[in-house]
Design a protein around this ligand. Structure first.
Ligand SMILES: NC(=O)c1ccc[n+]([C@@H]2O[C@H](COP(=O)([O-])OP(=O)(O)OC[C@H]3O[C@@H](n4cnc5c(N)ncnc54)[C@H](OP(=O)(O)O)[C@@H]3O)[C@@H](O)[C@H]2O)c1
Length: 347
């Protein structure tokens, strides 16, 4: 990777974008990316120029690196930007909006490809990439639509200390979950989950067979699983699922960096014998639930009952490091990159 520009954010006449320059074989490195500086784009009639203030780096970007991301072109990703020059009446200067032209300091956007962000007293702007964004919506949909959580039901969550994992526990608790059981990648994360996030019990999946740890944590089984990892984690979840359990399969972070075909659970037929429902979904098909999430979550954030979990890395020049760090498990909560350490005051 070439060295990122030393001064960020970019000066008003230049913009910087990250390009992918090579396909990874296994775990990606910084050399698969390049920071490219160019002229600040000019908005045409019906568009607006935004300066990005927060970026989301996501596991699905790793999947896109295998082919969906074009090489030597700006990447896509969810980001929050502020309009700094507008030729579209729907996008007034100063407006804060969510769009998908991430991995760059500035972007030209059309009204039909952005969502203007509501402002809620006491709610930080960055929450719109975390609990109020696709991360929180994934957790909320997994619990309410896919798993159809009922009051008092016990829930197992994998990648429990990540963005979706922490949101699942916090929302699950407010939705009336019974015992919350989480798996995570270090002793420090395990302690954090029970001391701060609200999990009743958690375990480090490196410490032995996952199914053994899960059986010990949930000797009477679980009713619901929200699985972010796949493979052995999903196999263990099936193993401890009670009759008529539901498993919401959100993702498979355990296999994105592997060039081998994903390991399927070997006990899939148990779904039949115990009438277990396993269902995957994509959050993009549930945008109609976004307002419901706002209505549910915002009052709880404002009252302090719903905590926010995020690892915020400052500086656009750190976006590649933040992405690779998220894949390595360096985040607790949602991994977010902020343009400055005062980005939340952009509001
Ligand atoms: N279906 C959808 O529409 C949708 C939407 C959003 C996210 N997702 C999926 O949800 C999952 C979580 O996404 P997120 O954005 O919240 O990311 P995240 O959980 O905040 O970050 C990824 C975490 O995965 C864990 N991890 C990495 N490699 C692992 C491995 N080999 N085995 C087990 N854990 C591993 C790491 O934590 P540890 O230290 O604990 O290992 C890391 O912190 C991903 O699978 C993602 O693709 C799906």
């Amino acid at each position: 990777m070439n060295q990122p520009p030393s001064t960020t954010p970019a000066t008003p006449t230049t913009a910087v974008a990250v390009h992918q320059v090579a396909r990874p074989d296994g775990f990606p490195t910084a050399d698969h990316f390049r920071f490219v500086e160019g002229r600040l784009p000019t908005p045409e009639q019906g568009t607006a120029l935004v300066e990005n203030v927060y970026w989301s780096v996501d596991p699905y970007h790793r999947e896109m690196m295998d082919g969906a991301f074009a090489l030597n072109a700006p990447l896509e990703g969810r980001t929050i930007g502020r309009v700094i020059e507008s030729r579209a009446p729907e996008l007034p200067e100063g407006a804060l909006l969510l769009h998908r032209h991430g991995w760059r300091t500035h972007a030209v956007v059309r009204p039909d490809e952005v969502r203007l962000l509501p402002s809620y007293a006491g709610v930080p702007l960055s929450a719109h990439l975390g609990i109020l964004g696709g991360t929180g919506l994934s957790a909320y949909v997994a619990l309410t639509r896919i798993a159809q959580l009922q009051h008092g039901q016990d829930v197992f969550v994998t990648a429990a200390a990540g963005g979706v994992g922490t949101a699942t526990a916090r929302l699950g608790r407010l939705l009336g979950a019974g015992r919350l059981i989480g798996s995570a990648g270090s002793a420090a994360k395990v302690a954090h989950l029970t001391e701060h996030v609200g999990y009743d019990i958690a375990f480090d999946y490196h410490e032995g067979p996952i199914v053994d740890a899960l059986r010990a944590a949930a000797p009477d089984g679980v009713d619901r699983t929200v699985d972010n990892v796949g493979g052995e984690h999903l196999e263990a979840a099936i193993d401890v699922s009670r009759d008529h359990a539901r498993i919401a399969w959100v993702g498979a972070i355990g296999q994105y960096n592997s060039p081998e075909p994903p390991p399927a659970p070997r006990n899939l037929f148990d779904l039949v014998g115990r009438s277990i429902r396993l269902e995957g979904f994509l959050v993009r098909d549930y945008q109609h639930v976004q307002q419901e999430l706002y209505d549910f979550a915002v009052p709880h954030i404002q009252s302090g009952r719903l905590g926010l979990d995020a690892t915020v890395v400052t500086g656009f020049d750190q976006i590649v490091n933040a992405f690779l760090g998220m894949l390595r498990g360096e985040n607790v909560g949602k991994m977010i990159v902020a343009a400055t350490d005062q980005a939340d005051q952009a509001r």
